[in-house]
Design a binder for this molecule. Structure first.
Ligand SMILES: [Ca+2]
Ligand SMILES: [Ca+2]
Ligand SMILES: [Ca+2]
Length: 154
């Protein structure tokens, strides 16, 4: 079976608000036994608007997302943090990458609920290889029109 997935005709939705939480130091500067932290992750940055790793996210944005402000690719998947945020993929999940087929993943992709298989229903999510050989999830394109063409040969 070969599946061709075409997606397009939708407005691009950028941003990942609500996708990621932030980590805070809950020991108020003290180490496990009340000593000094070996890594001070609570220090206020006076360079919050800077982007020293040149990934498109400021230090303040990286702090909020929990990404590394000194490493462009926090999860080591080959995609810069800013590119992942712009594509609604998780910059802290190595398995979650922008879609290389050229369309952004929808910000609503994790909120889609299947309703059935009738006309107008929302289909159950599934993953299939696209024409480029990349595995894609149907719900990644929740804000797009998706044309699925199925064929089978025996
Ligand atoms: Ca940055
Ligand atoms: Ca970064
Ligand atoms: Ca990455």
């Amino acid at each position: 079976m070969r599946v061709l997935i075409l997606a397009g005709l939708g407005a691009t939705s950028l941003g990942c608000a609500g996708l990621l939480g932030s980590e805070e130091d809950d020991d108020e500067g003290g180490g496990p036994l009340g000593g000094k932290d070996t890594v001070d992750d609570t220090e206020e940055r006076d360079d919050g608007g800077d982007d020293p790793d040149n990934d498109g996210l400021t230090n303040d944005e990286e702090d909020e997302l929990g990404t590394d402000g000194d490493e462009a690719d926090s999860d080591g998947d080959g995609w810069d943090d800013g590119a992942e945020v712009a594509d609604n993929s998780d910059p802290l999940d190595k398995a979650d990458k922008p879609y290389e087929g050229g369309w952004s993943k929808g910000a609503c992709r994790n909120d889609v609920k299947a309703t059935g298989y009738g006309e107008g229903d929302i289909s159950r999510d599934f993953v299939l290889p696209d024409q480029f050989g990349d595995n894609v999830s149907l719900h990644d394109f929740c804000d797009r029109s998706v044309l699925l063409i199925f064929s089978a040969f025996w």
